[in-house]
Design a protein around this ligand. Structure first.
Ligand code: MG
Length: 375
């Protein structure tokens, strides 16, 4: 039995992780569950999975959740607890960073869904994992595809090719993009995801985060990571090797597959997940991304190449901008404007410490929140 702690249990990835656990209940024991605010769903999960360790961010919910059945801990305490073998990090945003480092320092395996962890602090996190001999296992379709293609192949990679669905506005004109509403952006055609990541998919910022994440996970320079738009989301990514051969990983779009792959790694369990039916699949198409139409992607690639504290500023300014867009205080195209302003005015620090990264994050949040949008 692998003993799991799931951080972000009530979010989309957390819930799908618990679905996987349900279908392999003889293989996994949920010892820890952590949530941000959704005390109601967390309570139902506690009733079902009976964890010994619980964490909730909201102070009022913490009072309500007090019980003699389990220990109430902070995220870092939960992530580093001696009874935990594997920590699933699926909290949205920078809140995932500290517990990830705590888990690594405690020698836990980490299954990582929160992109900001490596976007903000990839150098520090991967160095800590190396030092502690800990594996960081990605939970997302594209990095998982690359990870699967790389099995037995390390040292012979020529480039990584990440696929992108292109989001719901792939074929929109600039005029149409300017008018996009939060509701339109929240209707993602193929993936079931949280609100922030759905908007990030629509702007393609999410793909930029994945490039930076893949750079740190697989130690491949950003310049050697390409993006190809593949709206059907069947090929989850490619790896090209030095001899010109290319491997791909394919499956129906279902996040439970990468979750299951990470939880079982290095085994591959038989499962009941949906299968590809090639007689019904229709055409698979591939095209280059449009960096002019999707400036967030261009900004992310630039920040990823420049490194230092730029990626932390990118992620922080984007988080604020997405929130402002969801509150209908700025337009869809203004998300990129806010991020670009923050990056343009930032004084980056090379090889930053954790403190310097967090300072850059705070600076970028304030900057983005104060940027005036000219109507
Ligand atoms: Mg993805």
């Amino acid at each position: 039995m692998k003993r799991l702690a799931i951080l972000g249990a009530t979010g989309s990835i957390g819930q799908q992780t618990l679905e996987v656990v349900r279908s392999f209940s003889d293989r996994f024991q949920v010892v820890g569950l952590a949530a941000g605010r959704d005390a109601e769903l967390l309570t139902r999960q506690i009733t079902e999975f009976r964890p010994k360790l619980v964490s909730i961010e909201s102070a009022s919910s913490r009072e309500r959740l007090r019980s003699s059945e389990y220990e109430l801990l902070s995220l870092d305490e939960l992530a580093s607890h001696p009874d935990v073998d594997l920590v699933v990090i699926a909290i949205s945003g920078k809140a995932g960073l500290s517990p990830t480092l705590a888990a690594i320092e405690a020698g836990k395996s980490v299954a990582l869904a929160t992109k900001e962890v490596l976007v903000m602090a990839g150098e520090i996190v991967t160095a800590a994992a190396k030092r502690r001999g800990v594996e960081i296992m990605p939970i997302d379709s594209e990095p998982s595809a690359i990870w699967q293609c790389l099995q037995g192949e390390e040292g012979s990679v020529a480039r990584l090719i990440l696929t992108a669905s292109g989001g719901p506005f792939r074929q929109f004109s600039q005029e149409q993009l300017a008018m996009v509403t939060p509701q339109q952006a929240l209707d993602h055609p193929t993936w079931k995801m949280g609100r922030r990541i759905t908007i990030d998919s629509a702007t393609m910022m999410n793909k930029g985060f994945e490039v930076i994440e893949a750079h740190w996970l697989f130690d491949v320079p950003v310049e050697k990571i390409e993006i190809v738009v593949h709206p059907q989301s069947i090929v989850h990514s490619f790896v090209e090797f030095v001899d010109g051969s290319i491997k791909a990983q394919l499956s129906p779009p279902d996040m439970r597959l990468p979750i299951q792959y990470a939880l079982f790694y290095p085994q591959r369990p038989p499962s009941e997940l949906p299968r590809l039916d090639f007689s019904n699949i229709g055409p698979l198409t591939f095209e280059a991304p449009d960096l002019e139409k999707f400036p967030c992607l261009r900004l992310a690639l630039e920040a990823g190449q420049k490194k230092g504290t730029y990626p932390a500023v990118l992620a922080a300014a984007d988080e604020v901008a997405v929130e402002l867009f969801l509150e209908q205080r700025i337009g869809f195209l203004d998300i990129a404007t806010l991020v670009e302003e923050a990056l343009g005015q930032h004084q980056s620090i090379p090889h930053p410490s954790l403190e310097e990264i967090l300072a850059a994050d705070a600076w970028a949040r304030e900057k983005a929140a104060k940027t005036e949008i000219r109507k």
